[in-house]
Design a protein. Structure first.
Length: 191
C-alpha cells in the first residue's frame, strides 16, 4: 500500500510539473523574449490580421504574386504532402497541370523554364516562400495588370531583391522570398 501511495504522489507531482508548470514557464519566456514569433508571426494591417509570415496563402488575382501549389489548399489543419512518388502518373499529371497553368497565367512562352517550386506541391502544403526566379517570371503579368510604368516595374524588381532571404546559416535551403510580404510591398507601389 505504501508503494502505491508513493506512486500516486510521484504521478501527481510530475503531472503538475510537466503538464502545467513547465508549459507555463516556456510560454512566459517565449512571450517575453520574442512575442511576435510566439504568437505566430502574424501580420496586422488596419487592426486586422491578414496573414502570417510562416504560413502560405493562395493568391489568384492577376495583380499579385502567386504562391507555390498546396496539397491542402493552404489549410493548416491537415498539413502534409501528397506522398506521391516520382514514378506516379498522378504526380506527373499534376506537374504538367501546374506548369501549363503557370505559363498561361503569367503569359510566358510555352518553352519557358518554370522553377520547380511552382510545379511541385510543398511538403507541408503551407510553404510561404518562392524563389527569386519564380517571382521574376511573374513581374510582367503583375506590371501589366497594375498598369505599371517602367519606373514602377524597376521598383518591383528592387523589392524582390530587397526581400530575398539568404539560405539559413549560409548553407541550409535556397534563396527565397515570402510571397505575402512581397505582395504587401507590391501594394505600396501606386498604380
Amino acid at each position: 500500500m505504501k508503494t502505491i501511495w508513493i506512486s500516486i504522489k510521484l504521478f501527481l507531482f510530475f503531472t503538475v510539473l510537466t503538464g502545467i508548470i513547465y508549459p507555463l514557464a516556456v510560454t512566459g519566456i517565449a512571450q517575453v523574449s520574442f512575442p511576435s514569433k510566439a504568437n505566430g508571426s502574424l501580420i496586422v494591417q488596419n487592426n486586422k490580421v491578414i496573414g502570417s509570415k510562416l504560413i502560405g496563402q493562395q493568391f489568384d488575382s492577376q495583380i499579385y504574386f502567386s504562391s507555390r501549389p498546396s496539397t491542402t489548399s493552404y489549410n493548416p489543419l491537415p498539413s502534409g504532402g501528397s506522398n506521391l512518388g516520382l514514378t506516379s502518373a498522378k504526380l506527373k499529371s499534376q506537374v504538367e497541370k501546374h506548369k501549363t497553368y503557370f505559363i498561361a497565367f503569367n503569359q510566358l512562352r510555352n518553352n519557358a523554364v518554370v522553377p520547380s517550386e511552382m510545379l511541385f506541391n510543398s511538403a507541408s502544403g503551407l510553404d510561404p516562400h518562392i524563389s527569386p526566379e519564380a517571382a521574376m517570371l511573374q513581374i510582367n503579368r503583375i506590371a501589366k495588370a497594375r498598369r505599371f510604368n517602367e519606373s514602377q516595374k524597376r521598383k518591383l524588381i528592387q523589392d524582390i531583391q530587397g526581400l530575398t532571404e539568404s539560405p539559413q546559416m549560409f548553407c541550409l535551403g535556397e534563396k527565397r522570398i515570402n510571397v505575402l510580404l512581397l505582395n504587401l510591398k507590391t501594394d505600396q507601389i501606386k498604380f
